[in-house]
Design a protein around this ligand. Structure first.
Ligand code: ADP
Ligand code: MG
Length: 532
């Protein structure tokens, strides 16, 4: 298949127009063929998206382009010239810069030191520092990439560390910039800023490859997009001539519902009632301020907000994972019964006994024991349940057969209950947690970032299961930093900012701009009436 955007297989494009051409690149890791016979052509001065599910081979392909891996076969042309990229030094010489998914900065060095690291001869370090400082200042001003050159990396936010990575590439005069999943670690505002920078770089004539699994980002910022699936390049198209639905289908290899079909909510009696909940952490920082929130049977309430505004603390208190040493006040009722805020009656076990299920935000730290087998993890927290006990002992056989059923019903791949949790992909790990929590039909389900790092087929699946649970009469509190997810799944949206609920909205009666205001702590005029 021709991978040049808009070109038929018969019309061989003039190579001069392409910053990058990959021809028939293949790469295997043992039995896994990560890249199969890949062609890719990226016109100079464009932003080119590469999209695909986890494990599709995106990072491998880019690591080949950056000289981090050697391909088993195939060739690379930069600006029409065949080049041998044998290591990252030769990639840098060919004008390629890469911003990795996990930054490669030295934490206890300054910004300036990191930027010149490896770019200059050590002996010349002193005289070049002031020159580098001047150049850094110029680049930072030109591309809106302000950072303090003397700050230590460890003092910078993730968004600023990413700026340093970009500056580092520009300092080395990269003409081609590759960014691997750059927005996974950014807030929506930081992501918007990054996209402005990328457009600016493109308009200067630079060529940018953006790897992401987020369709919205592809539609928003790229000129062309290539889709990978299971190690193969399955399509390359102009962004203006495709749609999120078509891209999702190409990625997954079947039709995918981007919007969860759901009937209007039929809210019943209140399940969760939070009144005047405040929390001050052990460092004296007020994390929750007088939170009031009610969730009824049969409704999904989405809690929107930029991460770090108290959502995590709220979920943890409700789920029984409150941090030690915190000061709490206020009231939480579930099904009319007040729950203790602290002490042994407020731990995870007590919360589960109160019919609260919890899909934690950080599945690897709180949701799963990564070294345990899948069958142990799907019973984790519920090992005392009658169906898993035989007298005073745990009934491993019962747990294993329960896990086998969950794995089949949730399409966990590979379907092997003996495999340790750490050996499943992110999406399949999440399915294990979701299966465990949802199948107990809790009266209240807490769901934190259910689809973070999860690929699109699994997102669709998890969303459907959440809606089904709602329709069986559970109350659901969904916390997500993905506004699209909040909007498509919630029956009602509450927005958190600085530990407060800034306002509530009905999805059909609000806009992203309206929600964005609340997320930034601004109350727009005319609040919408929320039915009691
Ligand atoms: P993506 O970036 O699209 O998520 P990757 O390129 O990281 O995908 O991975 C593609 C496939 O290659 C996966 O099956 C992955 O497990 C495998 N893979 C990637 N890097 C290595 C490696 N260093 N050793 C073994 N297998 C690898
Ligand atoms: Mg990757």
């Amino acid at each position: 298949m021709s991978a040049s955007p808009g070109e038929g297989p018969q019309s061989r494009p003039a190579a001069a127009g392409y910053a990058i051409e990959l021809r028939a690149i293949s790469k295997s890791f043992g039995p896994v063929q990560a890249n199969k016979d890949i062609d890719l052509a990226v016109p100079r001065g464009t932003i080119h998206g590469i999209i695909g599910e986890n494990g599709a081979g995106k990072s491998t392909l880019m690591s080949i382009l950056y000289g981090f891996y050697r391909p088993d076969s195939g060739e690379i042309l930069i600006n029409g010239q065949r080049v041998a990229i044998t290591d990252s030094q030769s990639a840098i010489r060919a004008g390629i810069g890469m911003v990795f998914q996990h930054f490669k900065l030295v934490q206890n060095f300054t910004v300036l030191e990191n930027i010149i690291l490896g770019a200059e001869d050590g002996a010349l370090l002193r005289p070049s520092l002031s020159r580098a400082r001047g150049e850094l200042k110029r680049l930072a001003a030109e591309y809106e990439l302000q950072v303090d050159p003397d700050a230590l990396i460890e003092e910078l936010s993730v968004g600023h560390q990413q700026r340093v990575e970009i500056l580092k590439a520009l300092y080395r005069q990269a003409d081609i910039l590759i960014l691997d999943e750059p927005t996974g670690v950014l807030t929506p505002a930081e992501a918007d800023h990054l996209f402005r920078i990328l457009r600016g770089l493109r308009d200067e004539g630079k060529t940018i490859i953006l790897i992401t699994h987020k369709l919205r980002e592809i539609m928003e910022v790229t000129d062309n997009v290539s889709v990978m699936r299971r190690g193969e390049m399955v399509a390359s198209v102009r962004t203006a001539e495709t749609s999120p639905t078509e891209l999702a289908e190409l990625m997954v290899g079947r039709k995918v519902l981007l919007q969860v079909p759901k009937a209007p909510a039929q809210p019943g009696a209140p399940v969760l009632e939070i009144r005047g909940l405040s929390m001050t952490d052990r460092d004296g920082v007020e994390r929750l301020r007088n939170v009031d929130l009610t969730i009824r049977r049969g409704e999904i309430v989405g809690l929107a907000g930029v991460s770090g505004n108290g959502q995590t603390q709220l979920l943890e208190i409700l789920g029984g994972y409150s941090e030690p040493g915190a000061k709490l006040s206020g009231e939480i009722r579930v099904n009319g019964t007040a729950l203790p805020l602290a002490g042994p009656g407020a731990n995870g076990r007590a919360r589960r006994a109160a019919s609260i299920g919890h899909v934690p935000e950080d599945r690897q730290r709180e949701g799963l024991i990564m070294d345990f087998a899948a069958w142990e993890d799907t019973a984790f927290g519920y090992q005392d349940a009658p169906e898993f006990s035989r007298g005073a002992l745990m009934d491993h056989k019962a747990m294993q057969s329960d896990a086998t059923g969950k794995i089949a019903r949730f399409d966990v791949r590979p379907p092997n209950p003996e495999l340790a949790a750490k050996n499943f992909s992110g999406g399949n790990q999440q399915k294990l947690v979701v299966a465990r929590e949802i199948e107990r039909n809790p009266d209240l389900l807490l769901v934190g970032q259910p689809t973070r790092g999860v690929d699109i087929g699994a997102i669709e699946f998890i969303h459907k299961r959440i809606v089904e649970l709602r329709d069986r009469g559970s109350a659901i509190l969904l916390v997500s930093v993905e506004l699209d997810e909040i909007r498509s799944l919630s029956d009602r949206i509450a927005v958190m900012f600085d530990g407060r609920i800034m306002g509530e909205r009905l999805p059909a009666e609000t806009s992203s701009a309206d929600l964005g205001c609340l997320m930034a702590g601004i109350i727009p005029s005319d609040p919408i009436e929320v039915p009691a």
